[in-house]
Ligand binder design. Structure first.
Ligand SMILES: [Zn+2]
Length: 345
């Protein structure tokens, strides 16, 4: 049996990916075959077209970490109850048996692979995933397009703000990249927690959209000194700055904190290396906290929040399967607010 898939065979950019007719994957005993209905894009999909960033990446590769679809076959008895059900896939595939997996901290599993990054992803008509990674959702009020927007951005935001960051009601949090999937999920999660949100975005239009989503105020970080703006708005600095950017942003994030405030490190889109003034931390009792990986419990909690309507998928745009190159061009442009999703079949 064959299927269509967007396959990356070289490095270089969007032209390294082409639509191919390839054999449909066969699930192993603990896996299921999922007919992909929707797949959302993430920045890593774009970055790995240029160079391998995640250890274990190999060519040929099928990108797409955020997948929702229908289970069409099972490789063994574990997935039997899933056949025919609509599922959203947790892309983090682990051994399920090591000390970290048993403690529900799969992000630290030594054999971790990620669907769409270090194993075949969802920019295809079919994808294989372990049965235990498939979370059934109720299609009554949720669509595959909405669910495909959930795993990478929303569960990461849920873990970063509530798990690693321990965000509390009444605290003030700074959320950068307000138009990204992480940002739109983060703003909603913070508001739902009762926190006050200061959003950062590029451009006035995204700032207004962030405020419409629940931010108390949004600053255009291409136009103003956002650290001064945050200090001015709060009077003493933020309780919590979510650094999903890295690079030079980290020192700014520290400077935007109040005395005793904290920065959660959860991304390095601006670079893996940062230089900081030690005194800006130890003189003021501020903390840096590493994000780590989300837990399976947090994955279930996030899906439940969408199921009940506590969180809403923010979809920037929807593309058809043949239009994947145009979707990548949109992602590369940075001109979007919310997730870019591919509808398949
Ligand atoms: Zn493990």
């Amino acid at each position: 049996m064959q299927m269509h898939a967007w396959v990356q065979t070289t490095f270089g950019g969007p032209e390294s990916v082409a639509l191919q007719d390839i054999p449909r994957p066969i699930p192993k005993a603990d896996e299921v075959l999922v007919q992909v209905r929707a797949c959302a894009l993430n920045r890593l999909d774009l970055l790995q077209q240029v160079a391998p960033l995640v250890p274990g990446f190999s060519l040929p590769h099928i990108a797409g970490m955020d997948v929702a679809g229908i289970v069409s076959a099972t490789g063994g008895s574990e997935g039997e109850a899933l056949v025919g059900r609509p599922v959203v896939i947790d892309p983090v595939v682990t051994c399920g048996d090591c000390a970290w997996c048993r403690r529900d901290e799969p992000g630290f599993c030594p054999s971790l692979r990620t669907i769409g990054s270090t194993r075949a992803g969802g920019l295809a008509e079919y994808v294989v995933a372990p049965a235990r990674n498939c979370h059934v959702y109720d299609p009554e009020n949720l669509s595959p397009v909405m669910m495909a927007s959930v795993p990478v951005a929303s569960v990461t935001a849920w873990h970063g703000l509530l798990g690693a960051g321990r965000l509390q009601a009444g605290e003030t949090i700074v959320i950068p990249g307000a138009g990204s999937g992480l940002g739109t999920a983060g703003i909603q999660i913070a508001r739902r927690t009762g926190a006050r949100v200061i959003a950062l975005a590029a451009g006035a239009e995204k700032c207004r959209a962030a405020e419409a989503l629940g931010a108390e105020i949004a600053f255009d970080r291409t136009a103003v000194d956002w650290v001064a703006a945050v200090r001015g708005h709060t009077g003493h600095g933020a309780d919590f700055v979510w650094d999903s950017i890295g690079g030079a942003f980290l020192q700014q994030a520290i400077d935007a904190c109040r005395i005793g405030g904290r920065v959660i490190l959860s991304g390095t889109t601006a670079g893996n290396d940062s230089t900081i003034r030690n005194t800006s931390l130890f003189h003021f009792g501020r903390s840096l906290i590493g994000h780590g990986g989300y837990t399976r419990r947090e994955m279930r909690e996030t899906i439940a929040a969408y199921q009940t309507g506590a969180l809403t998928a923010v979809i920037d745009s929807l593309y058809s399967f043949p239009d994947v190159p145009a979707a990548f061009a949109k992602l590369k442009s940075g001109e979007f607010f919310g997730k870019i999703v591919i509808s398949i079949q």
